[in-house]
Design a protein around this ligand. Structure first.
Ligand SMILES: Nc1ncnc2c1ncn2[C@@H]1O[C@H](COP(=O)(O)OP(=O)(O)OP(=O)(O)O)[C@@H](O)[C@H]1O
Length: 259
């Protein structure tokens, strides 16, 4: 439960894709129990950073340690739960909510063994945390986008990770579902979970976030307590925060207090 080492420790981390530098010299340490939001404009490098942090993208420079172990020696992948961006819970094959969540236990199971009592308990608990227990027999395609996102979080939770990384869990999700997601993440936080999530806007997640890491052009521009809208604007830019995505104007539309 009490991990003496940092779940994530990236020093001087750089990533280049197709020879183009995308992340430059990132220093980021996440401690046990942190609830971190990676924020920033479109294209600032948030998704690339979470992919690098979870070992999905190689570093071109720098060092990454996961739970104290250098990435090249790291093997305990079941300690990390990853919910990728805008993933769909199903690809046309009718799959039940329970099956999707149960697939999150795969890293814990011996091949071809039936689910153990412990597996079933972890699956039930994960469904309960996201409040989807009563939908366990439904097909995932019958669910709203927000409910599907909760199922994907439950799938990651079923693996009982020590670190949960989520890429834009609230993107494209209606406000009541965002609130339901925030409630689920709030229950995890209350249990001492370590969470790193990408968020364009915090919305209902704002009260949970202890630390905001603001990305700008592949670098960390700010790392500290979440700032209110006007403070962010005062500190970083005088541009009105309505610039279009993928332009090169720095914009910090982080409506922490909106809604
Ligand atoms: N596979 C790739 N090939 C080429 N360029 C890429 C690739 N992945 C990301 N990039 C580029 O890297 C930069 C950072 O992208 P990234 O997706 O990390 O940003 P982001 O902050 O997550 O943006 P968004 O909010 O739009 O998801 C962008 O300029 C993007 O075009």
């Amino acid at each position: 439960m009490h991990t003496p080492v940092s779940p994530l420790e990236l020093t001087g981390g750089s990533v280049a894709i197709g020879g183009r530098p995308i992340l430059r010299g990132i220093d980021l340490t996440v401690e046990t129990g942190d609830f971190v939001a990676l924020m920033g404009a479109n294209g600032s490098g948030k998704t690339t950073l979470v992919r690098a942090l979870t070992g999905l993208l190689p570093l071109s420079a720098g060092e990454l340690r996961l739970f104290g172990t250098p990435i090249r020696e790291y093997a305990a992948w079941s300690r990390i739960g990853f919910v990728p961006q805008r993933s769909t819970a199903s690809s046309g094959v009718p799959t039940s909510v329970w099956e999707v969540v149960a697939s999150g236990r795969l890293t814990h199971r011996k091949l071809l063994r039936p689910l153990s009592k412990r597996d079933r308990a972890a699956i039930d608990h994960a469904l309960d945390v996201v409040r989807m227990s009563d939908r366990r027999h439904d097909g995932v395609t019958e669910l709203s986008g927000g409910q599907q996102q909760r199922v994907l979080i439950a799938r990651a939770l079923a693996g009982e990770p020590d670190l949960l990384v989520l890429d834009e869990p609230t993107a494209g999700v209606d406000l009541p579902s965002q609130q339901a997601l925030a409630d689920a993440l709030g229950r995890l936080k209350a249990d001492g979970a370590t969470v790193v999530l990408v968020a364009h806007e915090l919305g209902p997640l704002a009260p949970l976030v202890d630390r905001a890491v603001l990305m700008r052009d592949g670098r960390i521009a700010y790392d500290g307590p979440p700032l209110a809208d006007h403070e962010v604007l005062d500190q970083h830019t005088h541009h009105h925060p309505t610039s279009t995505p993928h332009d090169h104007t720095p914009h910090f539309d982080i409506p922490l207090d909106r809604r």
